[in-house]
Design a protein around this ligand. Structure first.
Ligand code: C5P
Length: 228
């Protein structure tokens, strides 16, 4: 992408787990020739690092120090995603159930959030054209984004999507507990259940991925679209 010839564009997408943020954001980024940042993977990488280094979430001071020094490299291509910690690719570990089970505990530490938010803003500035997804992107990380979206879906749909992703690796009861439990824990750190002022709410419950992608692209100001 030749950044100099393309208008800057920042799209912020928030929502609970299983609402379709990642698939939607990756596809929109590909069609609009944008970078893509999955902010949740940064919290997951922090969790992997702390867990590997014996730093529990209740040792806030140690977590904050680890966050400040986190040797994390993250790619921003919507087509090929990878995170390295100290040069080691840990991408495969990010969605392990142990990491999903621990991440909210680390994510609730305010000073750690502030440090990760600074890194996200740096990535956004360097990217020029980018879609960022998470829980507090529309409200805290990029409240001035060109387009801000809250992607919602019924809990039953979200649970069914997660179950399909896990392809039988967990039963419905376990997946339900995980999805609902993590949402409840995350709701204490960020407000992603109701759309803030100026944030467009899209309910994906009855929509296909293609329909959600089209809706998002329609909302991007035309002069900023410049498709790939
Ligand atoms: O999006 P994903 O489910 O991968 O996010 C993993 C976790 O990272 C969330 O459950 C939440 O605890 C944390 N998170 C956050 N703020 C963000 C993105 C993710 O607190 N902007």
């Amino acid at each position: 992408m030749n950044a100099a010839k393309r208008p800057a564009l920042v799209i912020a997408v928030d929502g609970p787990s299983g609402a379709g943020k990642s698939s939607t954001s990756r596809e929109v980024a590909t069609r609009l020739d944008c970078c893509y940042l999955d902010s949740g993977s940064m919290y997951r990488a922090l969790t992997v690092w702390c867990s590997d280094h014996g730093i529990p979430a209740d040792d806030e001071e140690a977590v904050i120090t680890a966050t400040a020094q986190l040797p994390m490299e993250i790619t921003t291509s919507p087509k090929q995603f990878a995170i390295r910690l100290d040069g080691v690719d840990i991408t495969e570990r990010l969605h392990q159930p142990e990491v999903s089970g621990m991440v909210s505990g680390y994510a609730r530490i305010r000073a750690a959030r502030n440090l990760l938010n600074s890194r996200m803003r740096e990535i956004i500035t360097n990217a020029g054209r980018i879609i960022v997804e998470g829980r507090d992107i529309t409200t805290v990380v990029a409240p001035d984004a060109d387009l801000r979206i809250l992607l919602q879906a019924d809990p039953q749909r979200r649970i069914a999507r997660r179950e399909a992703e896990l392809a039988g690796a967990a039963d419905t009861k376990t997946v339900t507990e995980q999805v609902i439990g993590r949402d409840a824990a995350d709701a204490e750190s960020s407000e992603f259940e109701t759309a803030a002022n100026g944030v467009v709410l899209i309910d994906s419950s009855e929509l296909t991925l293609e329909q959600v992608v089209e809706k998002v692209i329609e909302l991007v100001p035309e002069e900023l679209r410049t498709p790939a």
